[in-house]
Design a protein around this ligand. Structure first.
Ligand SMILES: CCCCCCC/C=C/C(=O)SCCNC(=O)CCNC(=O)[C@H](O)C(C)(C)COP(=O)(O)OP(=O)(O)OC[C@H]1O[C@@H](n2cnc3c(N)ncnc32)[C@H](O)[C@@H]1OP(=O)(O)O
Ligand SMILES: NC(=O)C1=CN([C@@H]2O[C@H](COP(=O)(O)OP(=O)(O)OC[C@H]3O[C@@H](n4cnc5c(N)ncnc54)[C@H](OP(=O)(O)O)[C@@H]3O)[C@@H](O)[C@H]2O)C=CC1
Length: 280
């Protein structure tokens, strides 16, 4: 299948890594990059979903490795394997991540550590390995894109993840300064609420039922909308983006729910407006 948006061969010759490429947003991104001609290496903890992603891509476009991004040795071995196979790495999407939903007072030390390790340490280990094994010593630089969360004021029920994603965004910004001398460009995609299988099945049903209504645009994001942004960043169109946090969330960062809020519109749906003062 061809890309619905970009020209064929746009990413010919490029090598990309997508962590968590076996499902949801990672799968959509890996498939779009592969459609555009990139060779894509995906990883995750379970082989089966990764193989399924591979089977959906053009022949030979996607390779699969089991790797837990929290484990330094596995990350090193994975990055070395990609380099052995493809000889270069142009683009890294740090998509593997997540959390569970629970009131902050019920987050145990182990639970907090688990979420920080996955989102912050996993992102850091992969970023550091790709930079030091290829992007810096090759003299070629490259692009690294991290996945974070919108809204940026934090998600109640996800205190650990809110903290973790803020850390990742700051890491993105500081590395975009430090590693500009190596031509490494870093961005973060702050994703709002996307209709992935995990989002629809993992969280409490009553929360899932109401989640689209929390978005001003009134709907969830579609995985392909995320994938198109990733492909754009990987393409020459993304060459001058660095240190930027790109929020893709149907305006969820700015407002909770529809506008005007229920009960505040007139019969035609128009928002309230104050009466002008009579002129003197
Ligand atoms: C309806 C939408 C609401 C708005 C949300 C929108 C924004 C975000 C959306 C998304 O990110 S959707 C995609 C989410 N995807 C994932 O989360 C996938 C990755 N997640 C995981 O693998 C797990 O959830 C994990 C817990 C982050 C890591 O799994 P791991 O297997 O490493 O850990 P566990 O052994 O299961 O647990 C370790 C530790 O963590 C605590 N814990 C885990 N789950 C819970 C829970 N449900 N409730 C309370 N505590 C939990 C706990 O301390 C565990 O230790 P033990 O108690 O088992 O010893
Ligand atoms: N869907 C949404 O609305 C939003 C999603 N996000 C973020 O976007 C990313 C993708 O989300 P989504 O596609 O919805 O969720 P998924 O749960 O489908 O994707 C997470 C992927 O990461 C992999 N993964 C998890 N832990 C590890 C690990 N330790 N090492 C390697 N891979 C791992 C999982 O595979 P496996 O279990 O086999 O390891 C899975 O393929 C996540 O970081 C998520 O938090 C952010 C905001 C909103």
């Amino acid at each position: 299948m061809r890309s619905e948006l970009f020209r064929e061969g746009l990413l010919e010759g490029k090598v990309a890594i997508v962590t968590g490429g076996g499902s949801g947003l990672g799968r959509a991104a890996a498939l779009e990059l592969a459609r555009l001609g990139a060779r894509v290496a995906i990883c995750g903890r379970r082989r089966e979903p990764l193989e399924e992603t591979r089977s959906l891509a053009p022949d030979g476009a996607i390779t699969v490795d089991v790797c837990d991004v929290r484990e330094e040795q596995q990350v090193d071995a994975f990055v070395e394997q990609v380099l052995e196979r493809h000889g270069r790495i142009d683009f890294l999407l740090n998509n593997a991540g997540g959390q569970y939903m629970v009131p902050a007072e019920d987050i145990t030390p182990k639970g907090f550590r688990t979420v920080i390790r996955l989102n912050v340490e996993g992102t850091w280990l992969m970023t550091h390995a790709v930079a030091t094994k290829w992007m810096i010593p090759s003299g070629e630089g490259g692009k690294i894109c991290n996945v974070t969360l919108s809204p940026h004021h934090g998600l109640p029920g996800m205190a650990h993840s809110s903290a973790a994603r803020a850390a990742v965004e700051n890491l993105t910004r500081v590395l975009s300064i430090e590693w500009s001398r190596f031509n490494i460009r870093l961005t973060a995609i702050a994703a709002g609420h996307f209709e992935t299988e995990t989002l629809l099945t993992k969280y409490p049903e009553q929360v899932v039922r109401g989640v689209a209504k929390t978005v001003p645009l009134g709907r969830l994001g579609r995985p392909e909308e995320f994938a198109w942004l990733v492909a754009f960043l990987a393409s020459p169109g993304g060459d001058y983006f660095s240190g930027a946090i790109l929020t893709i969330d149907g305006a969820r960062d700015n407002w909770f729910g529809p506008y005007p809020p229920p009960g505040l519109a007139d019969e035609s749906g128009k928002p309230p407006a104050e009466a002008r003062r009579p002129r003197a």
